[in-house]
Design a protein around this ligand. Structure first.
Ligand SMILES: [Zn+2]
Length: 407
């Protein structure tokens, strides 16, 4: 296999998690009586551009079926994050009724509704029918298509180039990162701004976030690699911010390569930090597998110990990262009775692979577990405060990443 960005032959494995079902393939009760498809889950690293990427495998397109259950607005902290961003960027770029904003992967409209409220024309791009429909109900125009160079060129030809193109947690999920970036270039006005948020590879490595690896997550990105991808598409990163979201993300600000804005010190400083933390040395990448294995082993030891002690352990958050962790560890309902999730679309379904039943959060009150393992550790504060009543019967909260911790 060749690198998806630079074409170099990939010879180094960053992480091998064996086989796993697609992390968003939640199962109905009827599905439990049929065979379940598992795909290889192996991540390679390119020693030329340092793009960390999923290995190609057959039938990759099967993963992108339409029944996508994730609605952004169900996470209150994410919702607040989006609102803050919309207010700040509107002021920073002086956006108004004459401006045009495009969001790629606009989901259920959690972000664009803030621009609609401010009277700024916008367009969402979202191929998933259920979430696109939810956004349209909020008065947001949505194009139900995948974004890439073709669509970017089409938008430009229709006079729909944007002052701001924004994409939160989409860049790491696109199979063809070069094509997507060329689309950004095509759809951007001459003095326009691109902002993209994606989890930072440096945090993944340093915080042992191996559970953020799944099939639909094609790229694991450093500032260095993204700046190379941008450069080859005629774009430039002129500013970067570090965010706490998703365990440590970057928000990059891009423009056309010949834009008048000068590249800020933030870009050079972070680029230097990545070098000093070893992101351009092969040994950094080759040392990651043992760290992932330790987390898996520690969680299994904890769950088995609790089972033997007769304790009741459940999980909270039917998130993709939970599926990676549970499936790598081979966890089944004998070790974790069920998982609670506030998203109605996931309730009454089952986690892929592990087959944990997904119940409404009220199940915690009814079952009074001794331990609640929070699978999406990035929203642990939110989950513990919403479920603090569990402490009344001595219930404790647990996270597995970056190391097993009883909160
Ligand atoms: Zn490469």
């Amino acid at each position: 296999m060749k690198c998806r960005h630079c074409g170099t032959l990939l010879t180094h494995t960053f992480l091998d998690l064996g086989f796993a079902p697609p992390s968003n393939a939640y199962l109905t009760e009827a599905d439990l009586t049929t065979p379940e498809k598992y795909y290889p889950l192996k991540i390679k690293v390119c020693d030329e551009c340092w793009l960390v990427q999923t290995e190609d495998y057959a039938q990759a397109n099967e993963l992108f079926n339409s029944d996508y259950a994730y609605f952004s607005s169900t996470s209150t902290s994410w919702f607040a994050h989006a609102k803050r961003f919309a207010l700040n960027i509107t002021e920073e770029l002086s956006l108004g009724p004459e401006s045009f904003v495009i969001e790629v992967a606009s989901n259920d409209g959690y972000l664009l509704k803030n621009f609609v409220a401010a009277g700024i024309p916008c367009l969402g791009i979202e191929p998933t029918a259920s979430t696109a429909q939810a956004a349209e109900k909020l008065g947001i125009p949505v194009l139900r298509e995948f974004f890439g160079e073709n669509l970017g060129t089409k938008l430009a030809a229709e006079g729909k180039q944007a002052d701001l193109i924004t994409g939160n947690n989409v860049y790491a999920h696109v199979p063809d990162i070069n094509d997507f970036t060329k689309g950004l270039k095509a759809a951007l006005k001459p003095s326009g701004t691109i902002t993209l948020e994606f989890p930072h590879l440096l945090r993944l490595i340093e915080q042992n976030q191996f559970d953020t690896v799944y099939h639909e997550h094609f790229s694991y990105l450093s500032l260095y690699t993204v700046s190379r991808v941008f450069g080859s598409a005629g774009l430039r990163i002129w500013h970067v911010e570090e965010l706490p979201t998703h365990g440590g993300s970057l928000r990059i600000y891009g423009c056309h390569v010949d834009d008048a804005r000068v590249t800020q010190a933030s870009v050079f400083a972070l680029m230097q930090e990545e070098v000093s933390r070893g992101l351009q040395q092969l040994k950094t990448y080759l040392g990651f597998q043992p760290k992932a294995d330790k987390i898996k082993d520690d969680l299994l030891t904890f769950l088995i110990d609790q089972k033997r002690a007769g304790k009741k352990v459940v999980a909270y958050g039917a998130a993709a990262k939970g599926n990676t962790l549970l499936n790598y560890g081979g966890v089944k309902p004998d070790l974790l009775a069920f998982v609670c999730d506030a998203a109605a679309a996931k309730q009454e379904k089952y986690m892929p692979g592990s087959h944990l039943p997904i119940l409404a959060p009220s199940a915690i009150k009814q079952n009074k577990p001794d331990f609640i393992v929070i699978l999406p550790w990035n929203i642990a504060d939110e989950v513990t405060s919403q479920n603090s009543f569990a402490r009344e019967w001595g219930g404790k909260f647990v996270t597995a990443v970056p190391k097993l911790t009883i909160l």
